[in-house]
Design a protein around this ligand. Sequence first.
Ligand SMILES: NC(=O)c1ccc[n+]([C@@H]2O[C@H](COP(=O)([O-])OP(=O)(O)OC[C@H]3O[C@@H](n4cnc5c(N)ncnc54)[C@H](O)[C@@H]3O)[C@@H](O)[C@H]2O)c1
Length: 358
Amino acid sequence: MTEIGLGIVGCGGIASVHADAARRSGFRVVACWDSQPDRARGLASKFGATAATSLDSLVAHSGVTAVAVAVPTDAHARCAEAVLAANKHLLLEKPMALTVAECDSICAAADRSKGRLQMGLVCRSSPASQHVMRMVRSGAVGPIDFIQARGVRRRGIPGLGGWFTTRSRSGGGCMIDVGVHLMDLALHLAGWPRVLRVSASTASRFGSPIAAYRSPEMWGGPPKSDGTFDVEDAAIALLRCEGGLSIEIDVAWAANIPEGVARDGLLLRGAKAGVHFEIFGSEVRSVVEHDGELRDEIAAVQPPCGWDAAWDAQYRRFGDLVRGHSEPAATANDGRELQRIIAAFYESAALGRETDVR
Ligand SMILES: NC(=O)c1ccc[n+]([C@@H]2O[C@H](COP(=O)([O-])OP(=O)(O)OC[C@H]3O[C@@H](n4cnc5c(N)ncnc54)[C@H](O)[C@@H]3O)[C@@H](O)[C@H]2O)c1
């Protein structure tokens, strides 16, 4: 099969994950662009690609059929719309944009374009998520009353002081960054019931003062002590959905939680079975009642390396979309729906009470 020419916009931390997965999945990285030219040159040289001199020249490149946009959130709308205006296919990193209005603008650009848009909601593509989706679709889980989704780091604030922790550039903290994945996966597994109301609580304990933060793990580089931290580093949300499902999201970039007491992942509490899995994990745990006895099972999922497998599956699906063989793994409308819920989340946290999703 002919390789698809890929352009990459934004050559920071996640870009090489995109490039590696794309290369393993039927794409050839043709051109890279970053507002910091040395970053574009670095990624381009690693993948035998050209470092474009502007966004316009990248999207106009004749060898570029599809583009991955992996820039800070405040640049998503501008970059996404440039790609779509050039009628190129787009894989757009999460979260879709800063605001619902920006999402509307991206959706309108997608409607006008011959290019197709897939949202970069990679957690849906992990082997464990796919396994659980098959269980849900088979009816084995039954009606689901509660989903609890947890992604709690003890210390892991990304790029402290930089764009991740500056609300005007990121749209928020751990909820819009990590929580959006959990929210998406919970809703995806539940078949996208309409979320009616959100009750949210946030805390900002660890990111400020920046100079006092010590972290063994620092995605996005060392802290910038003169930078900004005006977002939440921990959050809890309760989403009430049409039909009765409640989704609890517990997410933190930093929290004081004793090792091992709270498992990350999703717990689905269904009428027929309860299921727990870590998104990039290698097993799915479940419990069902048989003749009055509770039976616990552990199913191994393949392949066991969930992270690479998820990224490859995301790119295979994007390739199928580009070739006209499938619909997006995650649509523009899904991205926009998540943004509506996130907007309600931040409104609820600011008001200190439950709010409607509008
Ligand atoms: N799917 C995932 O699991 C995952 C993981 C990490 C990041 N992300 C998302 O990927 C995106 C990038 O995150 P990152 O961690 O790579 O950030 P990063 O800060 O490491 O990289 C961003 C890059 O974009 C460049 N840039 C900034 N503005 C630009 C513009 N207007 N045009 C071109 N380049 C520009 C910066 O110079 C930088 O090199 C974000 O949307 C983030 O939410 C997704």
